[in-house]
Design a protein around this ligand. Structure first.
Ligand code: CUA
Length: 329
């Protein structure tokens, strides 16, 4: 276990969820701090382990040693002062560094015009609301890149609709919990466009493991285009009217919103632009027609414990409904 510990700590540096590849100032502060702590604790480990090995090897009992106890030494002011003062100094340094990092992360000023997003943790998916832009989406968070020339940090208000969850995208920021009846905040300012993945990091029930997070970081132009697409109402036309009727006459509409229809439920993900998402089921299943059909037929097959019930639709209605969903671009 001791030998494996450093490997576990470093993690796979090529992995998309390694804290050792920070891509945002917030994560960078955490990264610097963890290296510092790892350095100090690593040095302590090396010193203690070396002394232990030396003691074991040099002073082990050898054939011919007489059985009498070696001379015992009681009390040494020097040694006692040393093992009290050095740890106290180490603890003070660690405490001050921790405080500085906490302030660095939490005291980030919110510039005028910063993008604000409300993230709501739910069993077992994420709702993302963009109050300034009138956008609601799920599981896949889209934000602009924030480079040195054009800083554009994103501030997240974190809330929970049910139990405690935790927002963790290791390359972008440290964990922040989402706690019922409380608003927590965090921010990210990714320096490079790309996809950053994460995971709910607080056990929240059966499907905690499949409460994944995907953060798409776009250039400003691409982000503006995404915003424009999301704000438009979806273009599902007459060809899928039969499917829309299924949607509007089953219990779907109690939980899901599709803007422009009578469906305005808030319990499940907003489906207005369902097909703009690459995944369904909180990032655990690719959003392909086959998987979408399998999901609607019986969500519990893909994600046992999922709170969406199977609607017991016959094949004809299921096909119509899926065609309708596929048109929600
Ligand atoms: Cu949500 Cu774990």
């Amino acid at each position: 276990m001791l030998l494996a510990a450093p490997l576990v700590a470093v993690g796979d540096p090529g992995s998309g969820t390694s804290i050792f590849r920070p891509a945002s100032s917030n994560a960078l502060a955490v990264h610097r701090y963890s290296l510092f702590v790892l350095g100090i604790t690593g040095a302590i480990f090396a010193v203690v382990f070396t002394m232990l090995v030396v003691a074991l090897v040099r002073f082990r009992r050898r054939p011919g040693d007489d059985a009498a106890e070696p001379p015992q030494v009681y009390g040494s002011e020097q040694v006692e002062v040393a093992w009290t003062v050095i740890p106290v100094l180490i603890v003070i340094v660690l405490a001050l560094t921790t405080a500085r990092t906490v302030f660095e992360v939490q005291d980030r000023a919110k510039p005028a015009g910063a993008l604000e997003i409300t993230a709501v943790g739910r069993q077992w998916w994420w709702e993302f609301r963009y109050p300034q832009l009138g956008i609601v989406t799920a599981n896949e968070l889209h934000i602009p890149v924030s480079d040195a020339a054009h800083p554009a940090p994103t501030f997240l208000k974190l809330q929970s609709a049910d139990v405690a969850h935790s927002f963790w995208v290791p390359r972008l920021a440290g964990k922040t919990d989402l706690i019922p009846n409380r608003v927590n905040e965090t921010w990210v300012d990714p320096h490079e466009p790309g996809l950053y993945v994460g995971q709910c990091a607080e056990y929240c029930g059966t499907q905690h493991a499949k409460m994944l997070l995907r953060v798409y970081v776009h250039t400003r132009v691409d982000f503006d285009r995404w915003v424009e697409d999301q704000r438009a109402s979806s273009a599902a036309g007459e060809a899928v009217a039969a499917g829309r009727r299924v949607f509007e006459t089953t219990a779907c509409l109690n939980c899901h919103t599709v803007r422009g229809t009578v469906g305005n439920g808030l319990y499940g993900p907003d489906l207005t632009h369902l097909m703009s998402r690459e995944t369904i089921a909180a990032g655990s299943v690719p959003n392909t027609p086959d998987q979408l059909r399998a999901w609607v037929r019986d969500p519990n097959r893909l994600k046992p414990g999922a709170l969406m019930p199977a609607m017991q639709l016959d094949d004809h209605k299921l096909d119509a409904l899926v065609s309708y969903l596929l048109a929600l671009r």
